[in-house]
Design a protein around this ligand. Structure first.
Ligand code: F6R
Length: 604
């Protein structure tokens, strides 16, 4: 959620903190702040709203110092006001925080009873005052932090500066809030991910759960929960600066939509080589069921895969959203296989499901986009989507990369379960090779999609419908629409419409129907007639064959290329992304940073 950066070195840090915060803004953009130590004194600058407000303040009052921290906030406790912005400080320390301190209320009461005065509504401030309490008792910073950490419950990441210490920065991580350490020649860094560090260094290591680190310009010492000194491997960051800039596009989201022909190709090439699948050995033939869990868009990728696994590999799938799954604690098959899907690899509910699955003796397979993320590190088998960094808050290229990787897994499972002969396998795998071209075709239809978006931008409510794999696609289309344009959008399985949602329909509620000419097309076409009969305007996403059946109807047709059961969801996803993107542009909303959202959801 929130973004953290820290630099301790021998050169001014103010501008560089702001530069790194720009890269982290996708993690939260309610407010931002930086703090430095200059000649032993804490300095800080904070501003409500987007980073640009903080930058303006910095121009008027630049902060000096060679040691500093920065934060971009996604509010949990307390409104996004300046007073609640990070860093939080007192005469002893200044700190920034990502995550939640679950027991902050009892800690706050205790500290207040000891005379510590709180200025904000945040959970963060208790950490600052608790460290100060130990320092007031005479403990040096390192020991004060070690003592404080023992009192804190929850999942969090911290970066802390200390009055009187120009060369000391302490960082700590507990639970699902990642922290990367960066290594420069005479400087050291911390960041909430490798993206924060991209313009500073390529050498990174990652703190593990319970770790805390003491950084000076020359050294990094890492300790585990028990205070034992530990080593964490230093690796070369895979993130390139060019991958996290907008290039010639107006928005990251548009750039990422247009990258899909390439990201799909890279993901296919990583696992399908010379017509043969190269995937880790998994017990596809022996398992009786596959369990899938994920959140948001990644969950919809899993839902598409459920249809594929059941139809093509005859493998039953149980799937649930992670925030429900984790508390449902369902019984799982003995020695079963569980699959988690996540772009960031950090989503707290998905991490919690992983932990539950592990405790139930499941083998964990994960599909993630971020190498070294929490889910990647805790899984038995990791499959990386080769989508590159996704900065736009709404997931696009990661979703289609998840889908194509899932389609390869389905083919592998079907083969191992003796359900695909060589010829059918080759045909299906060959079909996937057309995906980049199919996406190119959809991208070339941007202007037509824009015309449909214009119609939708005048609506207050939109209904999305689909059957089979087109149902999760409808869900994804509605999610993209609501999160980007703030138009109320709902999705239903087309056959379910009669059981309630049809009551919503009138001439003011447009309906978007996802209907390639597949084996359920006729059924969806009947539902389409029911919609038309209620006077609702209709946009149908279909192909040439589907269009032939619908030409006589009073509907807007968006004719997409001909697809197969595996390529349709990916191809249609691109059209739905562009539809939501352009609707949002017509509405004038902030496409890359929609209100109230953040990219990586590391709090419950
Ligand atoms: C929607 C979106 C979210 C994420 C969800 C899971 O456009 O991006 O719904 O899909 O927060 O995130 P990851 O995939 O990082 O676990």
């Amino acid at each position: 959620m929130c973004g953290i950066i820290g630099i301790v070195g021998n050169h001014p840090v103010g501008q560089r903190l702001l530069h790194s915060l720009e890269k982290l803004e996708y993690r939260g953009y309610d407010s931002a702040g930086i703090g430095t130590i200059y000649k032993g004194h804490i300095q800080r600058l904070r501003a409500e709203g987007k980073l640009t407000n903080l930058k303006e303040k910095f121009l008027a009052h630049p902060l000096q110092g060679h040691n500093g921290i920065g934060h971009t906030r996604w509010a949990t406790h307390g409104q996004p006001t300046e007073i609640n912005s990070h860093p939080h400080a007192n005469p002893k320390v200044a700190l920034v925080h990502n995550g939640i301190i679950e027991n902050f209320e009892e800690l706050r009461k205790d500290l207040e009873s000891k005379g510590y005065v709180f200025e904000s509504e945040t959970d963060t401030e208790v950490v600052a005052h608790l460290i100060a309490l130990y320092m007031d008792k005479g403990l040096p910073p390192q020991e004060a932090v070690a003592k404080t950490l023992k009192h804190l419950k929850g999942a969090f990441a911290l970066a802390i500066l200390f009055t009187g210490y120009d060369n000391l920065l302490i960082a700590a991580r507990q639970g699902g809030s990642p922290l990367a350490i960066g290594y420069g020649k005479d400087e050291k860094y911390i960041g909430s991910d490798a993206i924060a560090l991209v313009s500073l260094t390529q050498e990174v290591s990652y703190l593990e759960d319970g770790d805390w680190a003491v950084l000076s310009p020359e050294s990094v010492a890492i300790f585990d929960k028990e205070g034992h000194s530990v080593e964490r491997p230093i690796e070369k960051s895979q993130v390139l600066e060019s991958a996290i800039t907008k290039g010639n596009y107006d928005h990251f989201m548009l750039k990422e939509i247009f990258e899909q022909p390439l990201t799909l190709e890279s993901t296919i090439n990583a696992y399908l080589k010379e017509g043969k699948l190269e995937l880790p050995t998994l017990p596809w033939a022996s398992i009786s069921r596959l369990t899938i869990s994920a959140c948001g868009t990644a969950y919809y990728a899993g839902l598409v895969a459920k249809y594929w696994f059941e139809k093509i590999a005859k493998l039953p799938v149980e799937i649930d959203i992670a925030s429900e799954f984790r508390y449902r604690t369902p019984p799982l098959p003995e020695n079963g296989l569980s699959l988690l899907i996540s772009q960031s690899g950090e989503t707290i509910d998905t991490v919690a499901v992983l932990e539950y699955m592990k405790s139930q003796g499941q083998r964990i397979l994960s599909i993630v986009n971020v190498r070294g993320s929490s889910i990647a590190r805790q899984s038995d088998v990791v499959l990386l989507t080769h989508a590159g960094p996704e900065i736009g808050v709404a997931s696009t290229k990661a979703f289609t990369a998840q889908l194509v990787l899932l389609s390869l897994l389905v083919l592998e499972a079907a083969q191992k379960r003796g359900l695909l002969n060589e010829t059918t396998f080759e045909e299906m795998a060959f079909g996937l090779r057309f995906l980049p071209a199919l996406c190119e075709k959809v991208l070339s239809q941007e202007e037509q999609i824009r015309t449909c978006a214009k119609t939708l931008s005048n609506a207050s409510d939109v209904l999305f419908l689909g059957r089979g794999t087109n149902f999760p696609l409808a869900l994804e289309g509605a999610l993209k629409m609501k999160e980007l344009s703030y138009i109320h959008a709902e999705a239903y399985a087309a056959g379910e419409m009669k059981h309630g949602p049809i009551a919503l329909l009138d001439k003011n509620v447009p309906v978007v129907i996802v209907a390639p000419f597949d084996d359920l097309f006729e059924k969806t076409a009947s539902n389409l007639q029911e919609v038309i009969a209620r006077g609702a305007p209709v946009i149908v996403l279909t192909d040439n064959k589907g269009a032939q059946h619908l030409r006589s109807l009073k509907v807007d047709l968006l004719i997409l290329p001909q697809t197969t059961s595996l390529t349709a969801p990916i191809t249609y996803a691109v059209a739905l992304q562009l539809l939501a993107y352009h609707t949002a542009l017509f509405k004038g909303t902030d496409v890359d940073q929609p209100r109230n959202l953040a990219k990586s959801v590391t709090v419950e």
